[in-house]
Design a protein around this ligand. Structure first.
Ligand code: ATP
Length: 352
């Protein structure tokens, strides 16, 4: 029997299992990447542009061959040394960036296109259209739908053949900002209703944090951290993840036994780091004139008002500054001295 690490899932519980996958196009793009997608869950693959997210999707879908490593979909080895299962046999559904619907086919026929010939006239197209909240729109043509509805048709087409895994490649990037949040909530709900397992590629951290069960952060061709959204935000694996996922204030400090000295005063940390550290504070942890927290004096050097909130640039002395997010009203004047405290523990990373 193969031994499993305590937290590792049995391969049968996984919709996707990627181990040690490498791919180079001249220069290396993926370098020994590991990724798990538990059955029924949505994993967001988050990373900067060009880090290899789409390449990974193409390897999983079977459009490219990896140089090394293995890929299992629904417990079946689809890619590995001497093995390459063709895309149409992988049971993987794909939702591309811009829906890519056939403009000359009705909504119903676009969805039916994803099915084997024998099933196209059956009830499945209407079933999945209902699942994605588009019941009754089967006779419409794609141009008679909104951008968000078109994306849901693309999702219905991907879900129709009951795939083991759905891959969504930046599916909301073509939608305007106002529509994006609504459509991604609808797509999330449809995936849940279908009990589907999915990988969503995005470089938008808010999107990843708001819709995914697990956020997998990709850097230098590997997954550097994969965890639930709160853990990635509150317990980032390293300074790179901390600054990539969410806004940060990074300050020099010194840590010993859970106590940290910093330009923002004496802080607490759950880390056991000792010595010189980089202190990571989230802007929402800063509080002005706190009654129940130790605080330090800071001078407001810049302010930006956004309506619902505002950003204040604070001069902490000694050439150190920090940006705080604060309610938009009332705002201290530029040049005013304010008291600022930090709510909750901070994250620290030893400085090499
Ligand atoms: P984005 O968020 O901008 O879509 P990404 O993280 O999805 O980026 P990829 O599209 O996977 O990144 O590309 C990763 C790197 O691999 C890039 O440098 C890209 O130019 C290169 N690349 C991808 N496909 C090919 C190819 N077929 N031939 C040569 N280079 C490629």
């Amino acid at each position: 029997m193969t031994e499993m690490a305590p937290n590792e899932m049995a391969p049968t519980d996984l919709a996707l299992r990627v181990r040690g996958v490498s791919k180079a196009f001249g220069a290396p793009v993926l370098s020994g990447l590991d990724l798990d997608v538990a059955a029924g869950s949505l994993v967001a693959l988050l990373g900067p542009s060009g880090c290899g997210k789409t390449t990974l999707l193409r390897l999983v879908a079977g459009f490219e061959r990896s140089d090394a490593g293995t890929i299992e979909v629904g417990g079946q080895l689809v890619s590995g040394p001497g093995r390459h299962v063709v895309p149409e046999r992988r049971r993987v559904g794909i939702v591309p960036q811009e829906g890519a619907l056939f403009p000359h086919l009705s909504v119903h026929d676009n969805v039916a296109f994803g099915l084997a010939r024998g099933e196209r006239r059956g009830t499945r197209p209407d079933e999945v259209l209902e699942l994605v909240g588009l019941a009754g729109l089967g006779r419409r043509m794609p141009h008679e739908l909104s951008g968000g509805q078109q994306q849901r048709v693309a999702l219905a087409r991907a879900l129709a053949p009951k795939p083991s895994l759905v891959l969504l490649d930046e599916p909301f990037s073509a939608l305007d900002a106002g529509l994006r949040a609504t459509v991604r909530a609808e797509v999330r709900a449809s995936l849940r209703a279908a009990g589907a397992s999915a990988v969503l590629v995005t470089h938008d951290q808010q999107e990843a944090l708001s819709v995914a069960d697990v956020v997998a952060v990709v850097r230098d061709g590997r997954v550097v951290q994969a965890a639930d959204p709160w853990s990635v935000y509150a317990q980032p694996a390293d300074l790179g993840v901390a600054t990539f996922v969410g806004e940060t204030i990074v300050l020099p400090g010194h840590a010993a036994d859970g106590a940290v000295t910093s330009p923002l005063g004496a802080l607490t940390t759950e880390s056991t780091a000792y010595g010189d550290v980089a202190v990571v504070v989230r802007p929402e942890q800063l509080e002005f004139e706190p009654a129940d927290l130790p605080s330090v004096a800071a001078v407001v050097s810049h302010r930006e008002f956004y309506g619902h909130d505002a950003l204040l640039r604070l001069d902490l002395g000694g050439g150190v500054s920090a940006t705080a997010r604060t309610p938009g009203h009332p705002l201290p004047e530029i040049g005013a001295t304010v008291k600022v405290g930090v709510r909750g523990p901070v994250v620290v990373f030893p400085v090499a």
